[in-house]
Design a protein around this ligand. Structure first.
Ligand SMILES: Cc1cc2nc3c(=O)[nH]c(=O)nc-3n(C[C@H](O)[C@H](O)[C@H](O)COP(=O)(O)OP(=O)(O)OC[C@H]3O[C@@H](n4cnc5c(N)ncnc54)[C@H](O)[C@@H]3O)c2cc1C
Length: 418
């Protein structure tokens, strides 16, 4: 470690954002304490603090790169842990309106498919290699405390599993809790302004289930995505291979047409997808475990970057800033990219007289720029549906039109552009 810029940093949450953030801070603080309310399992299994963990999670190329910046050869670790390499452009079949299937070609780089618990476990193992990062399990953060004038954070109060309350003194707190309520709680208690929120109401239902990959192999592809054809056909799916020679299948629907949680209903929903590719693949495959469901009502972006004041040393990150519609697979990647951004910013500031001065404001401004593109990439296809709630931004007009054209939806174009 170069000259430390602080004695102790506290990270709330040992999910994707929290683990990556702990790594970013470890080069610059003598000690990093991660408070996690869950027991952290020794195996790659879902846990209650991350209720979405049984659902299919795709790690995009940008997220993989960000994690490799923080943890060199992280992709090699994933492969060793059993993640399935996918040649981008070639190994997944895409059934999209007008292209069933979309032409495939090897674009020359690899991503990996695995369960969400496996990504997290692999990340946790790398974090545990850092002697100055301490993961404190079964510790629920209750409150972030600030100086009497509210200008800087001073401590985090937390509760252990046996109900004992304790406090850790710190001058830096990263809120990677996924919900950000402790950050909002602190701002409220100080009588400070709360961030404006941009919301996009989508009301989608998700269901994921595991299947054994049939030994005979079904095709020359390893997974499949079937796109909807809005506004009439709203069902979509993604099936990816995961560790243990399994397929993880996620079905998704809108407007109350949600995939059911029983096997017969799950298969019937799959049969109602726009093409039969998925149904044909899984109808005779061996089912493993149960179907897991998840409802998601709205994407939400908190504009912390617009606040006039944020207590020094308080830094929301990951879903605490922005929660994306999960269909587009952005959340983990953006959380990892934000942590990598923080890492670069801390490195640049290390020789400054006051490295933490203005750090949060600078980080939130850059994070806002980082979020813009993935937010638009999720918002535009969502706004193709007429019943999506929220504001269609004028700068997206051309993209919206081209999305609608690709779905052959001329009446909708008239409606949204008039
Ligand atoms: C159905 C679904 C599917 C998704 N699919 C994808 C996908 O394909 N690709 C993708 O990139 N993203 C996907 N996402 C989004 C992804 O799950 C999140 O964006 C990502 O996990 C955010 O990371 P985070 O660290 O901010 O929060 P999380 O990973 O949710 O971690 C928060 C952590 O904080 C802990 N915690 C909370 N409160 C406290 C407290 N008070 N004290 C201590 N600990 C606390 C929790 O237990 C948890 O461990 C999906 C989301 C959903 C809902």
């Amino acid at each position: 470690m170069s000259m430390p810029i602080g004695k102790r940093a506290v990270v709330i949450g040992a999910g994707m954002g929290g683990l990556a953030t702990a790594r970013a801070l470890a080069d610059h603080f003598e000690q990093v304490i991660v408070l996690e309310r869950d027991s952290l399992p020794a195996d790659a299994v879902p846990r209650p603090g991350v209720p979405q963990s049984p659902q299919l999670h795709a790690l995009l190329g940008g997220g993989q790169r960000a994690l490799c910046e923080l943890f060199p050869d992280f992709d090699v670790d994933l492969a060793r842990a059993g993640a399935v390499p996918l040649r981008v452009g070639l190994d997944l079949r895409y059934d999209r309106p007008g292209y069933d299937p979309f032409p495939r070609r090897d674009l020359g780089w690899l991503t990996y498919a695995m369960s969400r618990p496996l990504i997290e476990l692999t990340l946790r193992r790398r974090v545990e290699e850092h002697g100055n990062i301490k993961l404190r399990q079964r510790c629920r953060a209750r409150e972030v405390l600030a100086s009497p004038d509210g200008s800087a954070v001073t401590a985090v109060r937390y509760e252990t599993a046996d109900g004992k309350s304790d406090t850790i003194a710190t001058n830096f707190v990263a809120d990677a809790s996924g919900h950000g309520s402790l950050t909002l709680g602190l701002l409220k208690s100080l009588g400070q302004e709360l961030p404006e929120e941009t919301k996009i109401g989508v009301d989608i239902g998700y269901a994921s289930a595991l299947f054994a990959i049939p030994p005979e192999g079904l095709s020359d592809w390893k997974g499949v995505a079937i796109f909807p054809s809005p506004p009439q056909v709203t069902r979509s799916c993604l099936m990816a291979p995961v560790e243990g020679n399994r397929w993880l299948v996620a079905l998704c629907g809108r407007r109350g047409d949600w995939p059911p949680g029983d096997w017969d209903g799950f298969l019937a929903f799959a049969q109602g997808l726009r093409t039969p590719t998925l149904y044909d693949a899984i109808k005779d495959a061996t089912r493993l475990g149960e179907v897991g469901r998840f409802g998601f009502s709205e994407s939400m972006w908190r504009h912390f970057e617009r606040l006039k004041a944020v207590p020094r040393g308080l830094l929301p990150i990951g879903d605490s800033i922005c929660r994306f519609n999960p269909i587009y697979g952005q959340g983990m990647s953006v959380a990892a990219q934000e942590a990598s951004l923080l890492h670069r910013m801390l490195r640049k500031r290390v020789a400054d007289a006051d490295p933490l001065g203005g750090l949060t404001e600078a980080f939130l401004t850059e994070a806002q720029a980082l979020i813009e593109a993935p937010w638009a990439m999720s918002a535009i296809p969502d706004f193709v549906y007429p019943d999506t709630r929220g504001q269609r931004r004028r700068i997206w007009r051309m993209h919206l039109i081209s999305q609608m054209l690709s779905c052959g939806s001329r009446p909708m174009i008239r409606r949204f552009t008039s």
